[in-house]
Design a protein around this ligand. Structure first.
Ligand SMILES: Nc1ncnc2c1ncn2[C@@H]1O[C@H](COP(=O)(O)OP(=O)(O)OP(=O)(O)O)[C@@H](O)[C@H]1O
Length: 279
């Protein structure tokens, strides 16, 4: 028995390490579009390997071994957006740049602005940059580099004003720009009434680690998209709590259930040390 353990201990450790790695990769990618392709490819590969093994199909076996290298390359292409984000997160600082006093003051002003917009039923889309730069999206809008205030937010999103279409990008506690076009999410949403504003917010949260806040023009409802989760129809209290949780992480645990959980359970990654949107 002891001999057996000694002989196979290495194999056991290897299996555990591989299982942890595969599970972590699965967790990181399971809610992405690429994951569905990966599951499909994996299923085909398993079935073919089994059939080839049972019936000793040599040609299929040969093809499977050769296809492995091609598959590795295909995975790099399929998961290019996810890999880019993961590498960007790795290379970025996770420390909040602006002081906690400034952060709290900004959160106060920001919450007031969102609640005021919601009460007036003025549609709005905010993206608060964290570690991944939103510079490419800023280029699609108008650079402002202004101090954030509820008055400014209302003016920007007021219907028919030149900047009301599109999203506002906030980097640290400043408005980097407005009228920005965000990537529209392609995922299936259970609620068909959600239009482009919500899809654009969700799309940006899928592509980056930004905290996206959406105010519906139709209903005045407030939603947050963060780390792939979609928290919809938040009450004033829940909205304040959710923002505190995200930006002042020592607060109480999450009470809200995300509607469209994309299962990226990354911890909150605070913004970088810069005033405007970074390179
Ligand atoms: N790709 C995009 N990036 C940023 N903003 C966008 C994008 N697409 C649409 N929008 C904004 O969304 C507005 C249209 O919202 P739409 O009514 O389709 O969305 P909605 O999710 O139903 O929101 P609401 O509840 O406010 O109506 C546009 O006027 C524009 O300001």
């Amino acid at each position: 028995m002891w001999e057996f353990v000694q002989k196979h201990a290495g194999d056991g450790v290897e299996i555990i390490i591989l299982a942890i790695c595969i599970y972590q990769i699965y967790r990181a990618f399971r809610a992405t579009r690429g994951a569905q392709i990966l599951v499909g490819l994996g299923a085909i590969l398993v079935v073919l390997t089994l059939i080839a093994g049972i019936f000793h199909f040599e040609v299929i076996n040969w093809l499977i071994t050769r296809a492995a290298a091609l598959l590795a390359f295909a995975l790099l292409v399929i998961f290019q957006p996810e890999l880019r984000n993961a590498l960007a997160k790795l290379g970025s600082s996770r420390l909040f740049s602006f002081s906690s006093t400034r952060r709290v003051a900004f959160l106060e002003r920001f919450t007031d602005a969102v609640i005021a917009l919601s009460k007036k039923r003025i549609g709005a889309l905010f993206a608060i940059q964290r570690s991944i730069s939103l510079k490419t999206h800023l280029e699609s809008g108008v650079v402002l580099d202004a101090q954030f205030s509820p008055e400014l937010a209302t003016s920007v999103f007021f219907p028919k004003t030149p900047l009301h279409d599109g999203g506002m990008i906030i980097a640290d506690d400043r408005v980097a720009g407005a009228g920005c076009v965000f990537p529209v999410s392609q995922r299936e949403l259970t609620d068909r009434s959600l239009g482009l504003r919500h899809r654009a917010g969700l799309g940006l949260a899928e592509e980056s680690d930004a905290v996206v806040v959406i105010v519906s023009e139709e209903t005045g409802s407030i939603s947050i998209c963060v780390d792939g989760a979609f928290h919809r129809n938040l009450s004033e209290k829940l909205f304040r709590e959710k923002l505190s949780q995200i930006f002042l992480p020592s607060d109480e645990p999450d009470e809200t259930e995300p509607d469209q959980k994309l299962d990226r359970e990354d911890p909150v990654a605070p913004a970088r040390d810069r005033n405007l949107v970074s390179d």
